[in-house]
Design a protein around this ligand. Structure first.
Ligand code: FBP
Length: 345
């Protein structure tokens, strides 16, 4: 193993040339410190009094567990002491102004995928950092290209921090004894072409034409137009799926579908899709709705949903190509495989 590089020493070397760099580093350190405490709480679970009990619903109607509320409180407490003008959390309806004079705004999903915890499956924290504009709240409604850093923590067998900052992506693992994150992979690049996909296949009957076409082509394996046997994964945890893509490539799809509540997809733009798209792009991958680059989208409401298709460049490009020339509507026709488009274009 090479020299031991801590997150703090990495941040001393990274992004310091950009005007926002030092403040961004402070915020990242604050999130990382809170994540260490949250990793302890998650690992102890019921032993620390976490019951998984439902305490209410958040602004989006999602059930809030006690661990969701604890994670939110921990992240807010950390950010409150940082140069943060306002925070938009999944757990509250509107952005909260912390220090109107501070230079950054943070959108955060304090604990993504908490429904997985009872089964001891990986969950995570997702964050997106922007420079504050003249109007604090409007900062959140700038396109995703306005993010100056983003990343996520995976609380799994290891606690992993993925950081997109200074146009590069680096991965850290928590040294539990030293209670600090150590760099394990620098300038991560996503494999450009991995025959692996992740989608909740139980929704197949609700998918629209292009998504169904792509997945059917993958399932056809070497006999189909993609001329490759595809593997499939679905964890149901965005952070775990995203880390897998960074480590071994593939694509992840949570598309819009025909169910009334899913016409704009399931995932949230500001604290799920935007940060993941920044991570993907800065690691050489891509992220799209199928029709538009995620980073070019601006939210109109704080908890806006968006279709998210991301991962290896080739897979995302192929899926985008299938969308070209199709109508942006839900096409659930059971047209035979390959009937809707030429295979080799
Ligand atoms: P929350 O934001 O409600 O925690 O859920 C997000 C999430 O768990 C993602 O991590 C995951 O990709 C998706 O929901 C799974 O959704 P579904 O259960 O519909 O497959």
């Amino acid at each position: 193993m090479g020299a031991r590089v801590t997150l703090c020493s990495h941040l001393d070397q990274t992004g310091s040339e950009t005007p926002a760099g030092p403040a961004v580093s402070t915020v990242i350190e604050a999130i990382a410190a809170a994540a260490i405490g949250l990793a302890d709480l998650i690992a102890d679970g019921p032993l620390a009094g976490i019951t998984g009990r439902t305490d209410g619903v958040n602004s989006d109607g999602d059930v809030q567990k006690d661990i969701d509320l604890a994670a939110d409180a921990m992240m807010r407490a950390a950010l409150r002491k940082s140069p943060v003008a306002a925070v938009l959390s999944e757990e509250s309806e509107l952005p909260e102004v912390f220090d109107a004079g501070a230079s950054l705004c943070v959108a955060i999903d304090p604990l993504d995928g908490s429904a997985n915890l009872e089964n001891n499956i990986s969950v995570g924290t997702i964050f997106s950092i922007r420079s504050r504009g003249n109007d604090i709240v409007s900062t959140f409604f700038e396109p995703g290209t306005a993010q100056c850093a983003a990343g996520f923590v995976v609380y799994g067998p290891q606690t992993t921090l993925v950081l997109a900052f200074d146009e590069r992506v680096d991965i850290f693992i928590l040294d539990r004894r030293a209670r600090e994150f150590l760099l394990i992979a620098r300038r991560v690049r996503i494999a450009p072409d991995t025959p692996e996909f992740a989608i909740n296949a139980s929704n197949r009957r609700h998918w629209y034409g292009p998504v169904r076409t792509y997945i059917d082509e993958c399932l056809a394996g070497t006999n189909g137009g993609r001329a490759a046997d595809f593997n499939m994964r679905w964890i149901g945890s965005l952070v775990a799926e995203s880390l897998r893509i960074l480590v071994r490539g593939g694509v992840f799809l949570y598309p819009a579908d025909a169910r009334p509540a899913y016409r704009e997809g399931r995932l949230r733009l500001l604290y799920e899709a935007h940060p993941m798209a920044l991570v993907m792009e800065w690691a050489g991958g891509a992220a799209t709705t199928g029709r538009r680059r995620i980073l070019e989208l601006s939210a109109k409401t704080p908890h806006q949903r968006v279709p998210l298709i991301m991962g290896s460049m080739r897979g995302v490009r192929d899926i985008t190509a299938i969308h070209e020339g199709t109508q942006p509507m839900f096409d659930n026709s059971d047209a035979p495989l390959f009937a809707r488009r030429g295979l080799f274009r």
